[in-house]
Design a protein around this ligand. Sequence first.
Ligand SMILES: *[C@@H]1O[C@H](CO)[C@@H](O)[C@H](O)[C@H]1NC(C)=O
Ligand SMILES: *[C@@H]1O[C@H](CO)[C@@H](O)[C@H](O)[C@H]1NC(C)=O
Ligand SMILES: *[C@@H]1O[C@H](CO)[C@@H](O)[C@H](O)[C@H]1NC(C)=O
Ligand SMILES: *[C@@H]1O[C@H](CO)[C@@H](O)[C@H](O)[C@H]1NC(C)=O
Ligand SMILES: *[C@@H]1O[C@H](CO)[C@@H](O)[C@H](O)[C@H]1NC(C)=O
Length: 418
Amino acid sequence: MCLHPYALTWAFFVMLFIFEPLAKLVSTVARSTDSADKREQRAGAGLSSFASPASSSSAPCKGPKLIIHVGPQKTGTTAIQEFLVKTSGWLQEQWGVSVGFHGSGKAVVEYIVHPLMYFCNGKRTRWNLRLSEEKVKQKLKDGLGFLQSKLNSSQLVVLSSEDFQKFDNKSWQCFRSEIRADTCQTAVVLHRSSATWIAARWSQGSKYDSSPKSFSSYVASKMESADAHGDSDKQLQQLNRLRPFDRVIPVSYDYLKEVNCSGAAFLICNASLGLTGKNWLQCRNSVNGRSSKLRNKSPPHAAIDVVRLARHFYEMKQAMRKNVSRCKPWPIGKWSDGYLFRHPDMMTSTNPAVIQVAKQIPVKCENFDGLFRSETQKWFSRTGAKRPRYGSKDICTADVASFEAKHWRLIGKIAPDC
Ligand SMILES: *[C@@H]1O[C@H](CO)[C@@H](O)[C@H](O)[C@H]1NC(C)=O
Ligand SMILES: *[C@@H]1O[C@H](CO)[C@@H](O)[C@H](O)[C@H]1NC(C)=O
Ligand SMILES: *[C@@H]1O[C@H](CO)[C@@H](O)[C@H](O)[C@H]1NC(C)=O
Ligand SMILES: *[C@@H]1O[C@H](CO)[C@@H](O)[C@H](O)[C@H]1NC(C)=O
Ligand SMILES: *[C@@H]1O[C@H](CO)[C@@H](O)[C@H](O)[C@H]1NC(C)=O
């Protein structure tokens, strides 16, 4: 591999242009939250009916209680679901709590959420794409049949799926029409600090991506347009979609971490059983002891930047060549666990060579809480949920401005030959 002597310098300057200055992003975000703030003030601040029964008009429901944990993703949902599946017998015997699904932690996604979105919203998703209509119907029948039998035999049933986040009014209506009409439904929704929540999703998506976005462009791409209530923040929008519920129990993921309460313990001991005092303590400790530790480990954030920079580097090299036919192609694409297992040299942030380089380059660590202050404030004041005492952790990304030639050389070495 040989490189034109000017290439490194040239590459460096071009990359400075490619890097979207963060300042621009900060001002975009600040503008949009400012206007949301004003809308909120205009709308008045009397929107705090979340923690209490919402619809006082309808009679209090008399049937079994169904606790629906709706996520979102990256708030420990997999650990909660695995706990529920693994300990369903114990939960039933010890605490009288039935788990409304079985088989695997993601059973609710596969047997209820996506089949309903298929029949109700006409949505083909990766969970039902290859299945015949008959098959999807059978899955839904199995999923709802199991849930119904639990609702028939137990006063307290729990369901859990982060994909409930994708439900709109229509899907919730379909869901309601499929289960006992007298069921009392409670939604449990977690909140995670916006900065670390977005970073976690950025990181998750990059595992399978050989041309990932930078953190700042990822943040910008995740800006939603305002919903009917004037909210553009995803977590506020989720609260709005849960309005039709009899009751919504909001809780902060960051707060739970601080007080050593697992998501599973909160779901069972607080949201489902409403325990207090010694009973709660005993419940929390025994659930904490049985719930799995988080193992969905993501690669370091700087590794995502290494993939991105290696790609730019490779493109610079291509640009320098008169004849590119000898360049190995850059593998653009998004893959799955299975694909990456068969092709471990694929350029994504999980590649060990990439992680190795990520450890050797300069990084800058910044705290992004300030960007999301207004949404966060709104979420907690609307829900009345307990706030975490500390701010979120810094997010560390590649500090390209501090790169020296040796760092570019490391990056250049892992790019495909050209
Ligand atoms: C649940 O009970 C209802 C009657 O209350 C019955 O019609 C239905 O078949 C039962 N479902 C299951 C799955 O047991
Ligand atoms: C539909 O959802 C919105 C929130 O997104 C809510 O305000 C509205 O009342 C819902 N409509 C019905 C008919 O439930
Ligand atoms: C949570 O656990 C950690 C370590 O196990 C401990 O240092 C900390 O004091 C605990 N916090 C609370 C609020 O119990
Ligand atoms: C859960 O319930 C216990 C006992 O009532 C309470 O001390 C704790 O603060 C609750 N947790 C949350 C997050 O509300
Ligand atoms: C580029 O290189 C390839 C092989 O290395 C050669 O076959 C091809 O003719 C070259 N093309 C040009 C335009 O020089």
